[in-house]
Design a protein around this ligand. Structure first.
Ligand code: GSH
Length: 202
């Protein structure tokens, strides 16, 4: 292996996509390995925690856990605060996005009736509470830490994008529309020249 390799499923979403964006914004030339779900079962046991994404760096063992990957990239490439307290504040919000995934993610595998009931309950309770807490913790602009994009912004962007497309059954596409700071971060990441360059590559 001569350059870093990121392995994730073959979709521009979620934990894998935020790592791809971080690597791209950091200016790291990396191999973007996209696997089909059919290949995953055979691979799962060989990953550090039985999940993706996994980042492999020349001369190092494979690294997993999205936030660990993002913080490592961010620290080395100016995409995560140098100040310890500010870094921890960002990491708190990064974990908050993981908490969202931890609640919504398991509904993907539910049958339709169970999924509908679980998601309708989330629309009434968990999701607005999650967004209110997010909004309370965003102080700066346009990004979470002020003028500069950090890895935390990639996670917040991806969280909003998950629902924005209206493809998550039983959860309205407008679920976060009433939270202007969260939407502002989503839009600022979408409009960032480096992010646009990533999607322009096709
Ligand atoms: N805590 C892990 C969770 C990773 C995770 O659950 N990844 C999902 C894809 S987003 C996965 O690997 N799913 C397949 C499986 O668990 O078998 C992280 O933050 O990376």
């Amino acid at each position: 292996m001569t350059k870093p390799k990121l392995t994730y499923f073959d979709a521009p979403v979620s934990r894998g996509e935020e790592c791809r964006l971080a690597l791209h914004l950091a200016g790291i030339d990396f191999e973007d390995e996209r696997i089909k779900f059919a290949a995953w079962t055979a691979m799962k046991e060989r990953t550090p925690y039985g999940s993706l994404p996994v980042l492999e760096m020349p001369g190092r063992p494979p690294l997993a856990q999205t936030n660990a990957i993002l913080v490592m990239i961010g620290r080395a490439h100016g995409l995560h605060p140098a100040d310890g307290f500010e870094a921890a504040r960002h990491e708190g919000m990064m974990q908050h996005v993981e908490d969202l995934r931890g609640v919504v993610g398991p509904t993907i595998r539910m049958d339709d009736a169970e999924k509908k009931a679980a998601r309708e309950a989330m629309v009434e309770g968990f999701l607005p509470a999650w967004a209110r807490a997010t909004e309370h913790n965003i102080a700066d602009e346009p990004f979470f830490g002020g003028a500069k994009l950090n890895v935390v912004d990639l996670k917040l962007h991806m969280a909003v994008r998950w629902f924005n497309g209206g493809k998550v059954d039983h959860i309205p596409a407008s679920i976060f529309a009433g939270y202007p700071k969260l939407i502002r971060i989503h839009d600022a990441v979408r409009d960032h020249p480096g992010v646009k360059a990533w999607y322009a590559k096709g």
